[in-house]
Design a protein around this ligand. Structure first.
Ligand code: NAD
Length: 242
């Protein structure tokens, strides 16, 4: 039987990229998955999966979602927006959006889903951070790096508060991963091939990570195999910061 047999999991930003790879892996390991995205059409045809159309910037939408879904064993907060630029390139609207989607959305999902986890006395929360956070300062990732550092603080606080009540909360910090949004950012440079090569060349392994390689870590943290880890930063970066 699978590593998540009998468990219910919810994955935000589940339609594409790392979220999508995780949805598919969780299902393959026996979970029933609630996949949340603004593009639920992309999830059509998956078995043991309900696709929910929610804009994660919308607090009322998240509350409605929690009422519809009920108790879950695993909450994977994967949604996040990447903006380029320094502090001088970051108007307050961009700053506010980065906070809303990268930090406030997980504050809201945890507040919505944690009470039922506490009642059951178990639950694993996995939050998507990044190497660009308190782990490392990356040029031109100002709002992104700031909010992904906040994710680490949020993760550690939740872990500390509920460590005696069966709840674990961990953060994933990937390096550069080949996903649709990364490809969009490479295209936006005007020379996709060259940008792809540059991104790959700065990796010690000479290649980007795959969404499946991040999903494998999310699976470990979601499952009972990781029962002795909480409040921890889990780096998966092909040796980038080594
Ligand atoms: P992706 O762009 O491939 O997929 C993002 C998904 O989020 C899409 O399905 C999109 O429809 C959905 N989405 C966007 N805005 C939404 C909203 N407001 N409400 C609901 N859904 C929304 O993304 P990815 O590259 O796999 O990134 C996923 C997470 O991993 C993000 O938090 C990102 O910061 C983090 N991350 C990515 C990398 C990387 O190199 N790709 C590295 C480190 C961390």
């Amino acid at each position: 039987s699978g590593r998540l047999q009998g468990k219910a999991a919810l994955v935000t930003a589940g339609a594409q990229g790392i979220g999508r790879a995780t949805v598919e892996r969780f299902i393959a390991e026996g979970a029933y998955v609630h996949a949340v995205d603004i593009r639920p059409d992309l999830l059509r045809g998956l078995e043991n999966c309900t696709a929910h159309q929610v804009d994660l910037r919308d607090g009322a939408g998240i509350e409605k979602l929690a009422q519809a879904v009920g108790r879950i064993d695993v909450l994977f907060n994967c949604a996040g927006v990447v903006q380029a630029g320094t502090i001088l390139d970051c108007p307050e609207e961009d700053w506010a959006l980065a906070y809303t989607l990268n930090v406030t959305a997980m504050y809201r999902t945890i507040r919505a889903f944690l009470p039922a986890m506490l009642e059951a006395g178990r639950g694993s929360i996995v939050n998507m951070s990044s190497i660009a956070s308190s782990v490392k300062g990356i040029p031109n990732r100002f709002a992104y790096g700031t909010t992904k550092a906040a994710v680490i603080g949020l993760t550690k606080s939740v872990a500390a508060d509920f460590v005696t009540r069966g709840i674990r909360c961990n953060a994933i910090c990937p390096g550069t991963v080949d996903t649709p949004s990364l490809r969009d950012r490479l295209s936006a440079t005007g020379d996709y091939q060259r940008a792809y090569q540059e991104f790959s060349d700065r990796q010690p392994m000479g290649r980007l990570g795959s969404a499946e390689e991040i999903a494998a870590l999310a699976l470990y943290l979601a499952s009972d195999e990781s029962s002795f880890t909480t409040g921890a930063i889990h780096i998966v970066d092909g040796g980038w910061i080594n």
